[in-house]
Design a binder for this molecule. Structure first.
Ligand SMILES: NC(=O)N[C@@H](CC(=O)O)C(=O)O
Ligand SMILES: [Zn+2]
Ligand SMILES: [Zn+2]
Length: 420
């Protein structure tokens, strides 16, 4: 399949034609005569987006999502690569589990899928998983996501052990004593009034403070998942200033949605970490703009209706993210004038590919590079409809909200994976 995309604007503002053949970008002058012509006047062409944090639910929870459905959602969102969290059944904690997931991916995926390996066996936090054997199968990121690696010695060992492999430990920072299993609402006046167990902001930042010191001490590579508080931003900023090898991500929902969303007890808005207040949101936006936060990662967390249809404090936490991630970042960061398109590309494509050591993604749109790209209409808007989704789940927190609707066409490995 070959494409000739004419008159596209790149993130730096220049206008160009792009040609795709045999999975690569080629000189438009060499485009085959039968190439499909796509008029991209008024559209932006960006490198395909890369998500460091997605839950695809296969194997084990196929009622909520599969590799097929989750990567279709990714393609609709402009993504050409996603890293798949290991809280599956069985847990991705062995070389064999990685190999099994990669077989499903080879058969069904609509974008690159890189398995994330668990840090500890069964994500139970007590015994290191098969880190080396998973690394040998191409795993570069390790996380017990959904659970915190709260034992400091286990964290120390994981950081040390992964050094020769170049692996990064991605932490779900939640002190299990300060924010226990029932914690489900930002600890504040609102949690008190609603009678929901509170999840104080320091339950996140104190873990990250400990971890970045362990990263400095060991020389290991550390990544803070879904940071949600101003204190976490301060800690990351401090660690980076010291030259510690740390990176951090923020989700689209923590950039847009605030604590009052839970006042109606709609379990769609139950998520870990919880939605925070406007002061925290402001700190996250600022940190994403200035680079303290390196990447936007979706934490796409599909859940079947039966797992959400419960009282708020017992419903499953998590919300969808892949399809509206770019829309939220465009609205909150670009349309507001906080960030330009080139920085958006850095935060949503180049930096995540670098952190995940995915050499074929996050590349500039230049001749000879792999053809992973997304065409974006910067001005189109629409009201989000949760039923119009490729995901198997409907826990979409943006349902009924007017947002940008930017993704026009997604190309992965030279083939169109989604078009409007
Ligand atoms: N974010 C969530 O609320 N839930 C995630 C786990 C996680 O990211 O911690 C899930 O797997 O559903
Ligand atoms: Zn998590
Ligand atoms: Zn997650």
């Amino acid at each position: 399949m070959s494409l000739l995309i004419t008159g596209a604007t790149l993130a730096d503002g220049t206008t160009t034609d792009l040609a795709v053949a045999d999975g690569r970008l080629i000189d438009p002058a060499d485009a085959p005569a039968d190439a499909e012509r796509i008029d991209a006047a008024g559209l932006l062409a960006l490198p395909g987006l890369v998500d460091l944090h997605a839950h695809l639910r296969e194997p084990g929870h196929e009622d909520a999502e599969t590799v097929d459905s989750g990567t279709q959602a990714a393609a609709r969102g402009g993504y050409t690569a996603v890293f798949a969290m290991p809280n599956l059944d069985p847990t991705t904690d062995t070389g064999e589990a990685v190999a099994h997931l990669l077989e499903i991916v080879a058969r069904d995926a609509h974008c690159e899928v890189v398995p994330i390996g668990a840090v500890t066996k069964g994500r139970e936090g007590t015994e290191l998983a098969e880190l080396g054997l998973m690394a040998a199968r191409g795993v570069t990121m390790f996380s017990d996501d959904g659970a915190c690696v709260d034992d400091a010695l286990i964290m120390r060992r994981a950081l040390t052990y992964l050094k020769p492999f170049g692996g990064v430990v991605a932490q779900h920072a939640q002190d299990p004593r300060l924010a226990g299993p029932g914690a489900c609402c930002h600890e504040s006046e609102i949690s008190g009034r609603l009678g929901l167990p509170g999840w104080p902001s320091v339950a996140e930042s104190t873990i990250i403070a400990r971890d970045v010191q362990l990263a400095e001490f060991t020389g290991g590579r550390y990544h803070a998942c879904h940071i949600s508080t101003a204190e976490s931003v301060d800690v990351i900023r401090w660690a980076k200033k010291r030259g510690v090898d740390v990176t951090a991500e923020v989700t689209p929902h923590h950039l847009l949605l605030d604590t009052p969303h839970v006042e109606g007890f709609d379990t769609t808005f139950k998520v870990n970490p919880p939605l925070r207040t406007s002061e925290h949101i402001e700190a996250l936006r600022e940190a994403l703009a200035d680079g303290t936060i390196d990447v936007v990662a979706t934490d796409h967390a599909p859940h079947a209706q039966q797992d959400k249809d419960h009282p708020f404090d017992v419903a499953s936490p998590g919300m969808l993210g892949l399809e509206q991630s770019l829309a939220v970042v465009v609205d909150v960061m670009v349309n507001s004038g906080r960030m330009d398109w080139a920085t958006l590309v850095e935060r949503m494509s180049a930096a995540p590919a670098r952190i995940g050591r995915l050499a074929t993604q996050g590349r500039p749109l230049a001749v000879g590079e792999p053809a992973h790209l997304v065409l974006v209409d910067p001005s189109r808007r629409a009201t989000v409809d949760r039923s119009a989704s490729a995901s198997r789940s409907r826990n979409n927190p943006y349902h009924g909200v007017d947002l940008p609707d930017p993704v026009q066409l997604t190309v992965w490995r030279g083939g169109v994976t989604w078009r409007r």
